[in-house]
Design a protein around this ligand. Structure first.
Ligand code: SAM
Length: 340
């Protein structure tokens, strides 16, 4: 990394900037730590205790925080979890957010299991689009990876999202060596057939069971090479996300993308922030430090007070995660508790 830090006090005006000059304008809000799947690379088969209900942010608190972040220049909010669709009355939250922030892009990352019922109400409430996780198109393997026999239900969820207009639809696929790496070409074919963008994510050391090992990471460049050999790819010109996107050179619909968090970290262009379901602000997925927003929210802090807590946390954002350094330390919380 080549970032240069500047010294100085936390800014009190302007966009949400850190000492390396990166501007944070993309916020992920986890609306629950609960999940109805138990993906092997994320959660244990059983036994992860849920947060006590009173520790989880209420809808009014989420909407208020969204307003403060929007005032600080955040342009997009992605609802996540755990599994966001298991949060009761989720369409009401989306409607409240949409009402309060008409100009904000609001999307959601979901496993898709409940989308056949929820896609329409969520779209009607003002959700713009969804990203759906899907690691395999083979029923037995999908079940092995998610610990749920739910591929057909998730495929139905994708169709429902499309019908509801929650487009463009993106799929997230975590690629794990020895598990589903032989399916990347089939998933690219699915992208061409469906018109979706399938994004291949490198396996990160954020699984609750701590089974991650470097040998299980399939480098994104290998994924791209496999696909390109069958369906030639052309890099898409516009980059606004950590995913690098490619279209099919022959003009077929759909696209593929890669998120190379481990082999080619994109920390120097990171514009993301995360709020956990219990209201802790994380400036990096791998951060060792969280800024508590819930306590000030519940103890009478003004929006300006909260904005300054956020500015201070962003200003202190570190240069980047250290997955590739010998002194890498995993954060205490795993992916489902952080909000991916
Ligand atoms: N439940 C929702 C879902 O399935 O999309 C939202 C939360 S989930 C934690 C968000 C994304 O993180 C999913 O696409 C999931 O595959 C990904 N993920 C979880 N654990 C991961 C890991 N160890 N490495 C890479 N991606 C991971």
């Amino acid at each position: 990394m080549t970032l240069q830090a500047t010294d100085g006090p936390t800014p009190t005006t302007g966009p949400l900037v850190d000492t390396f000059g990166r501007i944070a304008d993309d916020l992920r809000i986890s609306v629950t730590d609960k999940c109805n799947f138990r993906c092997t690379y994320c959660m244990p088969a059983e036994g992860l205790p849920w947060l006590p209900r009173d520790e989880v942010l209420r809808f009014e608190e989420i909407v208020r925080l969204a307003g403060v972040f929007a005032g600080l220049g955040v342009k997009e909010i992605k609802l996540t979890g755990g599994e966001p669709t298991v949060r009761r009355e989720l369409p009401s939250l989306v409607a409240m957010l949409r009402d309060a922030q008409p100009g904000l892009a609001i999307s959601m990352t979901t496993n898709g299991y409940l989308l056949d019922k929820l896609a329409q109400p969520l779209a009607a409430a003002g959700l713009d689009r969804v990203t759906i996780s899907c690691d395999s198109l083979l029923r037995h393997r999908f079940e092995e990876m998610t610990r749920r026999d739910a591929l057909d239900q998730v495929l139905a969820g994708m169709r429902a999202a499309e019908q509801a207009g929650l487009t463009p639809i993106k799929l997230n696929c975590v690629v794990i060596a020895g598990t589903n790496e032989d399916e990347v070409v089939d998933l690219a074919r699915f992208a061409r057939d469906s018109g979706y963008e399938v994004r291949f994510i490198e396996y990160m050391p954020l699984d609750a069971e701590q089974h991650w090992e470097r040998a299980k990471v399939v480098p994104s460049r290998d994924v791209l090479a496999q696909i390109d050999a069958v369906f030639p790819l052309t890099k898409a010109s516009h980059e606004t996300e950590p995913a690098t996107s490619y279209r099919f050179t022959d003009g077929a619909p759909g696209a593929v993308g890669v998120i190379a968090s481990v082999t080619e970290p994109f920390c120097d262009t990171c514009n993301r922030l995360r709020i956990t379901a219990d209201g802790q602000l994380r400036a990096c997925l791998f951060a060792m430090h969280e800024a508590d927003l819930r306590a000030p929210l519940r103890s009478g802090a003004s929006d300006d007070d909260i904005a300054q807590i956020i500015r201070t946390a962003v200003w202190a954002k570190w240069e980047g995660h250290k997955i590739n350094h010998p002194d890498f330390e995993r954060p205490a919380r795993s992916m489902s508790m952080i909000g991916g």
